[in-house]
Design a protein around this ligand. Structure first.
Ligand SMILES: Cc1ncc(COP(=O)(O)O)c(C=O)c1O
Length: 314
């Protein structure tokens, strides 16, 4: 069996009891591949792809690194988590539930979606056994407040539940992402990745050796992410870790926003390198790296590792 064939994994969950995470046979360390691309070479930059998208067919990329440490402690409890209508995190949690024999509940942003046909992403969650609970946007915004959370947990009737935050970025997840930096080790001078909550960056930066740096490309508009990353590192490690920075110029208008320039870039990258380019996160990061190389932001001789944190859906 190869780790990329979803058919082989569909039946791994043992109906007699929860499967173990090790039974899922993740491909770790994830492959590190060199990409020959004249547009980078011209500026003296060597480009590597850290293929976290190949870790596991259902728990793709940073989802494995974040969810595995959380799920390892769940036992017989229900996993309750949160996301938007196209959330990669909800899909990964639902798939993990199926594979590990855990019950899962997804609290979905958007009361107006209740009663409508499920979009393909939520249909996948439901097919994997996730119970979906739709809430209005104002409740969703307040989901971390203790009273709102308690009311939500009562409403979903999940019994004893383990709550995993939106995007999966809690302290366990951040510590799980440290392995990504450890795997990269001395292989690259700069590790680059797309950021949503910043949890993956917080862990990756902590795992890289001294003298290496992490570059984050936020896909959301806002500019509050640095403070969030410092908070995540404080909770996970007790203080700041690693050398990292963010470049806020490549969000293309905000979350899931795109445009002809980004689409053309992603299609061209797929054609050149045979890499399926996930559009919400990975495309923006790769676009940013090329723009930065062309600006001369990386000294000649730099080895750049671009973390492929996801894969297109479906
Ligand atoms: C494909 C992909 N890449 C990157 C990220 C960003 O991860 P983080 O929220 O840890 O910044 C996500 C988040 O869900 C994602 O789905």
């Amino acid at each position: 069996m190869t780790a990329t064939d979803p058919r082989d994994l569909a039946d791994l969950a043992d109906p007699a009891g929860p499967a173990d995470l090790a039974d899922l046979r993740p491909r770790l360390p994830s492959p590190l591949q060199e990409v020959v691309d004249g547009r980078f070479e011209r500026h003296g930059v060597r480009l590597l792809l850290k293929r976290d998208d190949l870790i596991h067919p259902a728990l793709v990329g940073n989802k494995w690194r974040k969810l595995a440490p959380n799920l390892a402690t769940v036992g017989a409890r229900t996993v309750v988590t949160f996301g938007g209508a196209y959330s990669n995190h909800l899909r990964a949690t639902a798939a993990a539930g199926r594979l590990l024999g855990l019950s899962t509940v997804g609290v979905v942003r958007g009361q107006e979606l209740a009663g409508l046909p499920l979009n393909p992403s939520l249909a996948r969650c439901a097919a994997d056994g996730m119970r979906l609970h739709f809430v209005d946007r104002s409740t969703y915004r307040r989901k971390a407040e203790p009273e709102t959370l308690a009311a939500l947990l009562r409403a979903v009737d999940a019994g004893e539940a383990v709550v995993v935050p939106e995007g999966g970025s809690n302290a366990e997840a951040v510590r799980g992402c440290r392995a990504l930096g450890e795997e990269l080790g001395e292989h690259a001078d700069v590790a680059a990745l797309a950021c949503g909550t910043g949890g993956t960056l917080a862990g990756l930066a902590a795992g890289l050796p001294r003298g290496r740096r992490t570059l984050g490309i936020p896909v959301l508009k806002g500019g509050f992410l640095s403070a969030d990353i410092r908070r995540l590192q404080e909770r996970a490690f007790g203080g700041p870790r690693g050398t990292w920075s963010l470049d806020d110029r490549f969000h293309f208008g905000g979350y899931a926003r795109t445009g002809p320039r980004l689409d053309a870039f992603a299609e061209d990258f797929e054609r050149r390198h045979g890499l399926p380019v996930e559009r919400v996160y990975v495309a923006k990061m790769l676009y940013a790296l090329l723009a930065l190389a062309q600006e001369g932001a990386f000294p000649r001789g730099t080895t750049l590792a671009a973390v492929v944190t996801g894969r297109p859906f479906p």
